[in-house]
Design a binder for this molecule. Structure first.
Ligand code: ZN
Length: 273
């Protein structure tokens, strides 16, 4: 099975379409897991929601889903983000808002198999089978398990706080817009290691280390690379691979300018910041 893992689409339809095309060309996709912030900032909120619903995506809510329906205030947003949230709120239908409001903040996929990881580790002979089974046990959350829609997982401290609450071997987060992997390691001075993930880099899933993976942002990357980011989980290979793909940034920018969305939100797409 190949699963497309995406996050922070931020209503950027050209970026989402480029990711879907690229992932399909590269071996096809059997499922889509979306880690939140489908809306906010960008000019295509309804189109992006419809696309993901068509694909029957598993989906956890981010802070922008909550802000764009009015379920949560925008006091903690900067002025540009608040303006874009208001613009989005004025355009979403009541049905779309109800759909977004019903999204969970945490999802566990195949978490029943996390248990067999523990059993296998203690029984030794079971190890091989359980390490394969464990490869399908993921917890999805936009920020961290400590503060699901708000906390940025940038630091060792945030990573450990998250890992303490993660029951499955593998976690998937978004929110920072920076592709990254956290590897839990009791021997490391800070209890875990954080690594940036570049285009084409793979993370092997094994029973040896618990992990947290961030696939970066489809629609508003912030790691200095303006290309859309996404990841693919390949269950046969027991690995998650990060990908970057170019999309027509000016198409999104033009639409944003027509809608008079904040200038910096338009500009930053070309900078990847
Ligand atoms: Zn975001």
């Amino acid at each position: 099975m190949r699963v497309l893992i995406i996050s922070d689409i931020h209503a950027n339809l050209p970026a989402l379409e480029a990711v879907l095309r690229d992932a399909r060309r590269d071996g096809g996709i059997d499922a889509v897991w979306n880690l939140g912030d489908c809306v906010g900032y960008g000019p295509h909120p309804g189109e992006c929601i419809a696309r993901l619903r068509e694909l029957d995506a598993l989906w956890v809510a981010g802070n922008h889903e909550r802000a764009c329906t009015g379920a949560m205030g925008t006091e903690d947003f900067n002025a540009d983000a608040a303006a874009a949230a208001q613009w989005t709120k004025d355009r979403l239908t009541e049905e779309e808002k109800a759909f977004l409001d019903a999204l969970p903040e945490v999802l566990e996929e195949g978490s029943g198999q996390a248990h067999s990881l523990n059993a296998g580790a203690s029984e030794g002979a079971e190890g091989d089978r359980s390490s394969k089974a464990a490869a399908s046990a993921f917890t999805m959350v936009h920020g961290t398990l400590r503060w699901p829609i708000w906390e940025y997982l940038y630091s060792h401290e945030a990573a450990l706080g998250h890992l303490r609450l993660q029951r499955s071997p593998f976690g998937l987060v978004g929110h920072t817009h920076v592709p990254m992997v956290v590897v839990e390691d009791a021997r490391a001075p800070q209890g875990c290691e954080l690594y940036r993930l570049g285009d084409g880099e793979s993370v092997e899933l094994s029973a040896d280390h618990r992990l947290v993976i961030n696939p970066g942002s489809v629609g508003q990357p912030r790691d200095g690379d303006a290309r859309a980011a996404y990841a693919v989980y390949d269950s046969e290979a027991a690995a998650v691979t990060l990908h970057r793909v170019e999309y027509r940034i000016p198409d999104t920018q033009r639409r944003m300018a027509e809608e008079r969305l904040p200038h910096w939100l338009i500009e930053r797409l070309a900078l990847g910041r």
